[in-house]
Design a protein around this ligand. Structure first.
Ligand SMILES: [Fe+2]
Length: 244
């Protein structure tokens, strides 16, 4: 099974508004062109799709993602308006987890706290996640917006998931979980934690070099993550960049 994770598009309502000096619409169009050429079976969009939670941004995002051949499943970030996003994206983890059963069980869950930059899982979300992971002999992948664990970049680690211990308690009851994917950090991250692999995704508009106290622009530009998942739990992953 071939997956792509696209994250942190930060598309604003006004078409001429930039994000950290870059054009978010142009960045996403370039990234999605590379995604389409890679021919995934599924696209995961892990939040901060919008910069301002506006209807105009979601109308453009839904139309742009809608041109992909593959279905898109999403979860909101701290910049998103979850309710509005769910009206434009039919599969959005706004109220409860989104679950897909293929070679792997894939679960997207919301971690954003209204009005705050950092994230937190509510007891209801944790119960939903646990239910979504139950009764499956398949390897599983969980995707959320916020990084559950520090990635080594103080500017964004201030705003990570506030209750990783509650998340880890759920994961410990479901040893079939192999991968945890997140956005929010605007950089490629890979780490081993709690007996599994954690992966942070670059942004489709602007990224930071890793390990910096402040956001430090990465000249490599917009990117996303590809994943190949085998039924026996083996996976491969890497970063996909537009070529033009
Ligand atoms: Fe974010």
């Amino acid at each position: 099974m071939r997956l792509v994770q696209v994250s942190d598009c930060h598309v604003p309502g006004p078409a001429d508004q930039f994000y950290r000096g870059q054009d978010p619409r142009a960045g996403l169009v370039r990234v999605l062109r590379a995604v389409e050429a890679w021919q995934p079976d599924l696209v995961l969009a892990t939040g901060d799709l919008s910069e301002d939670g506006s209807a105009a941004s979601y109308a453009w995002l839904a139309e742009t993602f809608g041109r992909l051949s593959a279905p898109v499943v999403s979860t909101p970030g701290n910049h998103d308006d979850a309710g509005l996003m769910a009206r434009h994206f039919s599969r959005c983890a706004a109220d409860g987890p989104e679950v897909l059963d293929a070679d792997w069980r894939i679960v997207l869950v919301g971690s954003a706290k209204p009005g705050e930059i950092g994230g937190r899982f509510t007891p209801r979300q944790l119960d939903g996640l646990s239910e979504a992971l139950a009764d499956s002999g398949k390897p599983a992948l969980v995707a959320l917006h916020h990084q559950p664990w520090p990635v080594g970049s103080p500017w964004i680690d201030r705003y990570r998931l506030e209750n990783p211990e509650d998340f880890e308690a759920v994961l410990s009851r479901h040893p079939n979980v192999r991968l945890v994917l997140w956005g929010h950090v605007h950089q490629d991250v890979a780490m081993e934690r709690a007996g599994l692999t954690g992966l942070g995704c670059p942004s489709s508009v602007s990224n930071s070099l890793p390990g910096c106290a402040r956001f430090t622009p990465d000249a490599a530009g917009p990117a996303c993550r590809w994943l190949e998942l085998e039924p026996d739990g083996v996976y491969r992953t890497g970063i996909l960049r537009p070529e033009d």
